[in-house]
Design a protein around this ligand. Structure first.
Ligand SMILES: NC(=O)c1ccc[n+]([C@@H]2O[C@H](COP(=O)([O-])OP(=O)(O)OC[C@H]3O[C@@H](n4cnc5c(N)ncnc54)[C@H](OP(=O)(O)O)[C@@H]3O)[C@@H](O)[C@H]2O)c1
Length: 277
């Protein structure tokens, strides 16, 4: 968010240890005496597999914690933008999910994030939940970084080919969040409140995503890496993942005029940045 802040926008970045979403008192304290136009909650307990054995903690952070941030925003007279996830769905649908499709998380992380969506909506009527998926960026741990690391030492990588989603650059998310924030700060029409889907345009399986990463890396001088498609059953994890993570971005385009770029274009920039060191 910080590097994408438009000119004239001041961003106050809050986080641990001052603001711990598991600690209600620290949330209230962090927003004391602040004057802000919009509050964004991008923080979350994101350890999807670990959440299966730590659901209470995940829910305290992603559920109650998110609700308290939304409440603090309301106390400041500010709208709240809450980042959420495709994991609120079970992934069984055979088309991209619309915002009003029934939720039905199949794991603890998804349940905790859904609890957050509900808590945010209950705490602050001026809310915008932005559900995204398959996020990668030059920062933090993510699929693109993992593939580049593994691919540096192996000529072949096995990747799941029966889950589909919309790979999404965190840089594009940051740009979109600022645009949403501008529009929310301007006392908008009621359509701008509620739940919206926001992913990179297009779709891919994890295996196709990996192939694109290695293709970009090869263009920049890395040795080729072969992707061997495997099934989810061949790569068991403690938490189940939705088979279909595609989110329909039509509502965000209609009500905010925002459409994220094709994921393949955004990937180019991130791979180039990562390989440049
Ligand atoms: N990654 C994806 O594919 C994906 C997909 C859909 C939605 N999302 C959503 O997008 C948002 C960002 O995800 P991400 O992948 O960027 O996550 P991430 O890399 O795991 O970063 C999570 C951030 O949340 C902070 N955090 C964790 N627990 C906290 C707590 N108790 N109090 C305060 N801050 C806490 C972490 O701070 P520390 O540095 O202190 O640990 C970290 O800065 C989340 O809301 C996530 O649910 C992500």
């Amino acid at each position: 968010m910080l590097e994408r802040a438009p000119d004239g926008v001041e961003v106050f970045a809050l986080g641990r240890p001052e603001l711990d979403l598991a600690d209600p008192a620290s949330i209230r304290r962090a927003f004391d005496d602040e004057t802000v136009d919009v509050v964004v909650n991008a923080a979350a307990y994101t350890a999807v597999d670990k959440a299966e054995t730590e659901e209470a903690l995940a829910t305290r952070i992603n559920g109650e914690g998110a609700g308290l941030v939304a409440e603090a925003a309301r106390g400041l007279g500010a709208p709240i933008i809450q980042l959420s996830t495709d994991y609120v769905f079970d992934g069984a649908l055979d088309r991209p999910y619309l915002e009003d499709d029934p939720t039905g998380p199949i794991g603890a992380y998804g349940r905790s994030k859904l609890a957050g969506e509900e808590a945010v909506a209950a705490a602050n009527p001026r809310y915008c939940v932005l559900r995204t998926a398959w996020v990668y960026s030059p920062f933090g741990a993510n699929f693109v970084k993992t593939m580049l690391r593994i691919g540096a030492t192996r000529g072949e990588v096995r990747v799941v080919a029966d889950q589909v989603g919309g790979p999404t650059s965190a840089l594009d998310i940051a740009d979109a969040v600022f645009e949403v924030a501008f529009q929310l700060a301007a006392e908008p029409e009621p359509e701008k409140y509620g739940v919206f889907h926001m992913t990179g345009a297009g779709e891919a399986t994890w295996a196709e995503f990996a192939e694109a990463i290695f293709a970009e890396a090869q263009e920049l001088g890395r040795a080729p890496v072969k992707v061997v498609p495997i099934t989810t059953a061949e790569y068991p994890t403690p938490a189940r993942r939705p088979a279909n993570s595609r989110l329909d971005g039509g509502r965000l385009a209609r009500d905010y005029g925002i459409a994220l770029p094709p994921w393949r274009d955004s990937l180019k920039e991130v791979v180039a940045r990562l390989l440049a060191g």
